[in-house]
Design a protein around this ligand. Sequence first.
Ligand SMILES: [Zn+2]
Length: 331
Amino acid sequence: MAVVAVVGGGAGAWAHVDHQERERAEQAALVRVDDAVGSRDADVALWGASDATVGRAVTATTRAEAGAALAALAEQARATLAASEGKVADDATRQALAAVLAEADAAAATPGPSAATARRVAATLGAAHATVAQAQVEWQQAQDAAAARAARPTTPSGGGTGSSGGTATGTPPSCRTTYDGPPFYTSPATDGGDGSNGKLPPSALTAVSWDVDPRGTPYYLRNDAAAALERLNGAFRARFGHDLDLDLTYRDYATQVAMREALGTIAAVPGTSSHGTGLAMDVPELPCEYGWGTPQRDWLVANGPSYGWVVPSWARQNGSNPEYWHFEYRG
Ligand SMILES: [Zn+2]
């Protein structure tokens, strides 16, 4: 199963991607608030009361920066608030966000917030925003699960209508992928590779034994990671009666460059991806098979560490970039 768009995936599939984008942007904005506030604190301490004039000027500049950063944070939260209307189980989460937004707007207004206010409002806003974003993800998952249940007794090939929003009245797809971007495939070893990220030579990689990708490319991992995954797959097969499904393992530098170009900040900066070191695997982006709370994923999370395969903190459901499909080998 490659990361290809399932026909009928619709805009619902993008909601997940949008969520990640928003979350990354929000993290960046939070950092800017802290940077602005932090530089102001440092500058004020540096100049001290001995040069009150300069101190006041520095404070005014950085207050404006903190205000602008807070306004950017509020803008992202406002987008989530709008997009989540009717798409959370409990609207109280949205009302709470609306209330914090009003406070943030007031704080961000000229001449800008004090350091303490900027930090407090940014933290409160970030928490309220994350709560709504998470509620929206859970709502979408419930919709997808219901659609998958509805489709199961009928045709397994599904037959999406192309409509979005999850309130499908037609025949929903049996299990809609949460990935809706252009297709990318796992990579072969890099002939003459120097061993750096995305340039691993054949001698550094081993293909897993049970599967190849839709184009026939073996799923390569660093030798020790592949050996460990063979053992993990044996246990997985004993539990579920079939091999572990894979989507992407090793990814070369050129592919990472293409992904970054196509997907923006969702994709790692070329040269930094754990897929480029042959130490990461993605299972298919199919919420009903490997999504949060599925028996397969729960089993992998519980048993993977015995084989050296773990979920990095950023990929967890409450992490900075939730990816239920991503696992890494830590030995
Ligand atoms: Zn991954």
